[in-house]
Ligand binder design. Structure first.
Ligand SMILES: [Zn+2]
Length: 204
C-alpha cells in the first residue's frame, strides 16, 4: 500500500462520503461550503488502520510514546489505530457532566509520554481538555495527532495531521451560499449522498 499522502487522504475522505461539499449549518451557527464527518471514513477498518500507520510514521519525530489518548467519541478510533501502529496502549477520555475524565479503570501513569489523538482539530478545545486529564495524572503531552487539521488558532503542542484543510465559515447574514439560494443542510439530519462504497478502488 502506497504512503497515505494528503491528496490520497482527501480522495478517501471524498470517496467514503466523509468530506461533503454544499451548504452546511455548523454547530457553531456559522455556515460553511464543506463539512467533514470522519466517522464515515473510519467506518472502514482498513482506511482507519492505514491512517493510523501514516500517523504512526508522522509522529516519529516526537520521540518515544507510552500511550495514546483520544477524546470520545471522535478520537477513539484514531487513538486506537495510531496506538496499534506505534505498539502502545490506547485510552479514551469521556465527559462526565461537563468534565472530561478517564473512566472504566483506564489509567495514565505518572511520567508517561502521551500522544493525544483526534479526528478533526479545529479550536483545539477537546485536545486541551484531554491534556488537563493527562497532566493531572503527572504525565506529559508530547503532541497531538489528527486526521484533519482545520485549525482556527495555535496549539501549545506539536500537531501532526494527515491533511490540512482550510474550511471557510460565514456568518448567516454574510453567507454567499445563502445569497445564491443554495439549500442549507444541517449535517447528520438526513442521509448524506451514497458514495458507492469504498471496497473497490481504494487500495491504490
Ligand atoms: Zn449560508
Amino acid at each position: 500500500v502506497a504512503a497515505l499522502t494528503a491528496e490520497k487522504t482527501i480522495e478517501l475522505l471524498r470517496e467514503t462520503g466523509a468530506l461533503l461539499e454544499g451548504h452546511f449549518l455548523l454547530s457553531s451557527g456559522l455556515h460553511s461550503p464543506r463539512y467533514v464527518q470522519c466517522a464515515r471514513f473510519l467506518q472502514h477498518p482498513r482506511h482507519a488502520e492505514r491512517a493510523g500507520r501514516a500517523l504512526g510514521e508522522a509522529v516519529r519525530g516526537l520521540g518515544p510514546v507510552d500511550v495514546v489518548v483520544g477524546p470520545a467519541l471522535g478520537g477513539i478510533l484514531v487513538a486506537y489505530e495510531l496506538a496499534r501502529a506505534v505498539g502502545v496502549r490506547s485510552l479514551f477520555t469521556e465527559r462526565e457532566g461537563e468534565r472530561m475524565t478517564l473512566r472504566r479503570g483506564l489509567e495514565i501513569r505518572a511520567g508517561e509520554r502521551v500522544l493525544i489523538a483526534e479526528d478533526v482539530v479545529t479550536t483545539g478545545r477537546s485536545s486541551g481538555e484531554v491534556a488537563e486529564v493527562v497532566t493531572s495524572h503527572g504525565a506529559t503531552v508530547i503532541g497531538v495527532a489528527c486526521l484533519v487539521d482545520r485549525r482556527a488558532g495555535d496549539l501549545p503542542w506539536p500537531l501532526v495531521s494527515l491533511v490540512q484543510m482550510e474550511i471557510p465559515t460565514y456568518a448567516p447574514d454574510a453567507c454567499p451560499l445563502c445569497r445564491q439560494g443554495i439549500p442549507l443542510v444541517k449535517p447528520g439530519s438526513r442521509a448524506a449522498p451514497s458514495t458507492g462504497g469504498s471496497e473497490r478502488g481504494a487500495t491504490s
